[in-house]
Design a protein around this ligand. Structure first.
Ligand code: PMP
Length: 392
């Protein structure tokens, strides 16, 4: 590893050179089945021909002009997002953290311009992850992310999902601006929140004039078999939503979606980004959106998810000394492990399979949404071999 890089990552000893579909090829000639997909970003697999074509075509025309000018690609992608969701307007950034930053700023600003500047508190939940920028780590649930970065900033409240009484009390407070929640916690270990809880939270926020922010950076853009995870449920729509990762099919994009009421508070000068919504990102984003939003893609996510979760539950029953349970939603799947998840990730690599880690000692499977049923069966065979090796 290079000492010229800050050592903030625990990197697997692999040098990936190229990918196609859900296969990755290393420089030293090995191939791997990829159930990481760039941490849920390469949602259409690697080197998808339509995305490559969109990027190449745009690259020959124009890379960047800045937001001083109109960017037609932004208007097109925003129209698609608005057409498919609760939202009326979109701000484009470059990452999930930036999408969250915009969401948090928009929430406070909404109250400020509507005569309630005292509403600044952001309520977040244990086990949540919202990114690594300053506001995002403060809103995140794992205190380790704040280690060495000073105390949690004022205005950030942390609660647990199961403590409805505390949530009720916090949302009633006249200083609360917004609640931020991942409908399926990703980094926390593929924990899917139930629809009853999400719609309860929506009603509670409505009753007390508090905004609801969904962080669908990981769970969104088809990952759960619907375009957005909250769309599985009635009465669970947010006021603001952070989206990124799969939105660019592997190209850096982030987006903050909001209702007209919230977006109306974000007037000229309230926010911005030099690179956000650049023509290259928009060209790939539009192509990715059109592929992901196809019913065939979403139906494939549901079918592959059934195949994988059924097979995994069977493996968990057969290897109780290795795996505890299977959870998640769609193709955001977590398996809680008995041995340390890092050991299992290394063993999986020995069996030609790449998986991610997650909270609560999970391994996480985040395959491309285009995974075939044959590939899902191959994933199961490799997990079985991994579990067998973990047992000896
Ligand atoms: N929110 C969620 C739910 C995420 O999973 C992530 C990234 N894992 C982020 C925000 C931050 O995204 P980024 O790393 O692109 O800033």
């Amino acid at each position: 590893m290079s000492e010229a890089l800050m050592g903030v990552y625990n990197r697997a000893p692999l040098e990936v050179e190229r990918g196609n579909g859900m296969w990755l090829h290393t420089r030293d000639g090995r191939t791997f089945l990829d159930c990481v997909a760039g941490i849920a970003t390469n949602c259409l697999g690697h080197a998808h021909p339509r995305l490559v074509a969109a990027l190449e075509e745009q690259a020959r025309k124009l890379w960047h002009v800045s937001n001083i000018f109109r960017i037609p690609g932004q208007e097109e992608l925003a129209a698609r997002l608005v057409g498919a969701t609760f939202a009326d307007a979109v701000f484009f950034g470059n990452s999930g953290s930036e999408a969250v930053e915009c969401a948090l700023k928009a929430a406070r600003r909404y109250h400020a311009v509507n005569g309630a500047p005292e509403r600044i508190d952001i309520v977040g939940f244990a086990g949540s992850f919202h990114g690594r920028t300053y506001a995002a780590v403060n809103a995140s649930g794992n205190p380790a992310y704040l280690d060495g970065f000073g105390p949690r900033l004022p205005g950030y409240v942390q609660l647990t999902i199961d403590d409805r009484a505390a949530i009720d009390e916090a949302v009633r407070r006249p200083t609360t601006a917004a609640v931020i929640v991942e409908p399926v916690q990703g980094e926390g270990g593929a924990r899917a929140l139930d629809g009853e809880w999400l719609s309860w939270l929506r009603r509670l926020c409505d009753a007390h004039g508090v905004l609801l922010i969904h962080d669908e950076v990981q769970s969104g853009m088809g990952r759960t078999g619907r375009l957005f995870a909250h769309q599985w449920f009635d009465g669970a729509e947010p006021d603001i939503m952070a989206v990124a990762k799969a939105l660019g099919g592997g190209f850096p994009i982030g987006a903050c979606l909001a209702t007209a009421a919230v977006a109306g508070a974000m007037t000229v000068g309230a926010h911005g980004s030099t690179f956000g919504g650049n023509p290259l990102a928009m060209a790939v984003g539009i192509a990715a959106f059109d592929e992901i939003a196809r019913e065939e893609t979403l139906a494939n996510v549901r079918a592959a998810s059934d195949r994988l979760t059924t097979g995994l539950r069977d493996l968990v029953a057969r290897f109780p000394d290795v795996a505890i349970d299977v959870r998640g939603k769609g193709l955001l799947i977590g398996i809680r492990m008995v041995p340390n998840n890092r050991e299992i990730m290394a063993l999986a690599r020995d069996h030609g399979l790449l998986v991610a880690g997650g909270g609560e000692n999970c391994i996480r499977l985040l395959p491309p949404l285009t995974i075939t049923l044959d590939e899902a069966d191959e994933v199961l065979r490799r997990i079985e071999a991994t579990f067998a090796a973990a047992r000896v």
